[in-house]
Ligand binder design. Structure first.
Ligand code: ATP
Ligand code: MG
Length: 564
């Protein structure tokens, strides 16, 4: 492609609203433009890289027996009502005039197809996939293409007759994902993940570490334990039970609101305090009790409660329900609430919590004696330096970006949509499903996050839009024009993808800067000075290493440089 003709609108300035490097560089290097919040136009340079990522994905999906589909992005709303996903917060964008929704993922359509056409165990297993546009009602699209309202996903679905079959399909995907991300040159790791709103029995995410990532992961540098903060556990022990258990006592605590204030006021350690966190679950009031300053993890809470929506309770309602404000609520004698507690509180006694009366707390609470609750669950958020569940070494908490997610769905969607098959005994069984996604834009943006310098993008060979950036330094110099154009044709003939800077109105310095910004792995510079010695210059973008090569050896040397 000749740059004099190409549409690659580079920018000199860093756009003000872009904080992440990948976002800044994708704008500056002319890869994309934002049309509206979370919606991007991918320009030719970006789309070439995306096509390369998609081809790698396609090859690895085909290698495990995947069959490529193209499913509709427009879905009837009723399909999503049937599975109960129509009203999941922040998920679905819809077209009201026609009762259509824009599919955020495709479990529903897959199960619909399976319901019609999978009849017997002999029709299974199946691996179905597509690479297609998804739409999501993301509340805060930011970080550039990492979180769009419209984005391209490779999504695949496995259909199996047995749970062992699902395990095998899942493992095949895990291995394919490792190959895909390795081939894309990404420095990634894997974590155990929450099954979240999707329902399911096991899941893993593929991540890159990044300070601006929106996911938080817990890692053990010693034994390799790795989990999303949504499910991560630590070996922090439960509270010890005191030998003596005393009668309840009311304590006057004027104007004391927070756990820290209460600990200071009563001169006790915060682990003696049981903190009340209130929610409504499916419209019903819910109290969750935590130890002192332990932070409640909403993903764990949601998982513990099973289906249903968890929301905060409005302050006015709280007062009407309990007779007290947030800071004075506690589990003893509390009516109208379902109560659950963090597992560290199991068997705890001598605890202090709200008295359900403003400015009062209750002391000597014994969880085995005074509190009626539904159960103890792991509800707390792990903090850095806590002991690892598997090896007791200090854990590390990091931010990360999710590249892909694999998921043992089970039978949630096949049951909802009646996708059954006849097993070997002629008995109808729901198809056992798995679901697996990779964000195409995220591959590109994560590669740029991991591979750039102060001058611009540093593409690797696998994803680079072009193999080579050929620069004719001065187009007013006849010999430069002749040699560079000759090289351009010759390289293209042997299948090298060349971006040729043949612009006449741009200074050599400007061309060099653009080449570094756009970041193709190899640059070839044809300039007056080199040509005096019948030589051209080859520069490796990543290391900056330069070599002068005689013109007659240029093609061979370039091929070699591209290959390694
Ligand atoms: P996140 O937690 O980041 O919102 P998710 O759990 O909703 O991701 P999945 O539903 O598992 O994501 O989708 C599969 C893949 O699609 C993700 O691993 C990610 O690479 C990509 N993806 C999801 N949401 C977006 C988005 N809004 N913009 C770009 N890519 C996305
Ligand atoms: Mg999401």
């Amino acid at each position: 492609m000749r740059l004099s003709y190409a549409f690659i609108p580079t920018l000199k300035e860093i756009p003000a609203d872009a904080t992440m490097k990948s976002h800044q560089l994708m704008l500056r290097a002319g890869l994309m433009r934002q049309l509206t919040a979370g919606v991007y136009a991918f320009l030719p340079l970006a789309y070439r890289a995306m096509l390369k990522a998609m081809e790698i994905i396609r090859e690895e999906m085909n290698a495990i027996g995947g069959q490529e589909f193209h499913l509709p992005a427009l879905n009837p709303e009723s399909l999503w009502v049937t599975t109960g996903r129509r009203n999941i917060p922040n998920l679905i964008l819809s077209i009201k005039e026609r009762d259509l929704v824009l599919a955020p993922t495709h479990e529903e359509v897959i199960a619909w197809l399976a319901a019609y056409h999978i009849q017997s165990y002999k029709d299974l297993p199946q691996i179905w996939y597509q690479i297609q546009t998804k739409f999501r009602n993301e509340p805060r699209p930011r970080s550039g293409v990492l979180r769009g309202r419209q984005f391209i996903m490779k999504d695949s679905y496995t259909l199996d007759a047995t749970w062992e079959g699902l395990d095998a399909s899942y493992q095949a995907h895990a291995e394919a994902y490792r190959k895909i991300f390795r081939r894309c040159g990404l420095d990634f790791f894997e974590v155990g993940a929450s099954s979240g709103a999707m329902g399911g029995t096991g899941s893993q995410e593929f991540m890159i570490e990044s300070p601006s990532g929106e996911d938080t992961v817990v890692l053990c540098p010693k034994c390799g334990y790795a989990a999303n903060l949504e499910i991560a556990e630590s070996a922090l022990p439960p509270l010890e039970r005191k030998s003596e258990t005393k009668p309840l006592e009311e304590i006057h605590t004027p104007n004391v609101r927070t756990i820290d204030e209460l600990a200071r006021f009563l001169k006790v350690d915060q682990t003696r305090l049981a903190k009340s966190v209130v929610y409504q679950h499916d419209g019903k009031p819910l109290l969750a009790l935590m130890v002192g300053n332990d932070e409640l993890n909403e993903a764990k809470l949601t998982a513990a409660l099973g289906a249903g929506e968890v929301k905060p309770i409005p302050t006015e309602e709280l007062l009407a329900l309990t007779g007290a404000d947030g800071g004075s609520i506690g589990p003893v004698g509390l009516k109208n609430f379902r109560i659950i507690a963090d597992r560290r509180l199991k068997n705890a006694n001598g605890m202090i919590s709200g008295a359900n009366r403003n400015d009062y707390h209750l002391g000597n609470i014994d969880f085995t004696r005074d509190v009626t609750l539904e159960g103890f669950h792991d509800l707390r958020t792990v903090e850095s330096e806590e002991p690892c569940v598997s090896c007791n070494s200090p854990l590390k908490v990091s931010n990360a970006i999710e590249l892909g997610h694999i998921f043992k769905l089970g039978t949630k969607y096949s049951e909802a949509l009646d996708a059954t098959f006849l097993d070997e005994n002629g008995k109808a069984q729901p198809v056992i499903m798995g679901s697996y996604g990779i964000g195409v834009e995220r591959i590109i943006a994560c590669h740029i996050e991991q591979s750039h310098d102060e001058h611009g993008i540093v593409w690797n060979k696998a994803l680079a839009p072009y193999d080579l950036h050929l620069i004719a330094a001065n187009m007013n110099h006849e010999e430069t024009v002749k040699i560079s154009a000759g090289l351009y044709e010759e390289l293209r003939e042997i299948g090298v993808e060349v971006l040729f800077d043949d612009r006449t109105n741009v200074s050599p310095g400007f061309k060099f800067k653009d080449a570094d910004l756009m970041g193709m792995p190899v640059q070839v510079i044809v300039g007056e000075r080199g040509l005096k010695e019948r030589k051209i210059e080859i520069k490796r973008r990543r290391s900056g290493e330069r070599t002068l090569v005689p013109i007659q050896d240029a093609v061979g040397a370039i091929r070699k440089m591209i290959a390694d």
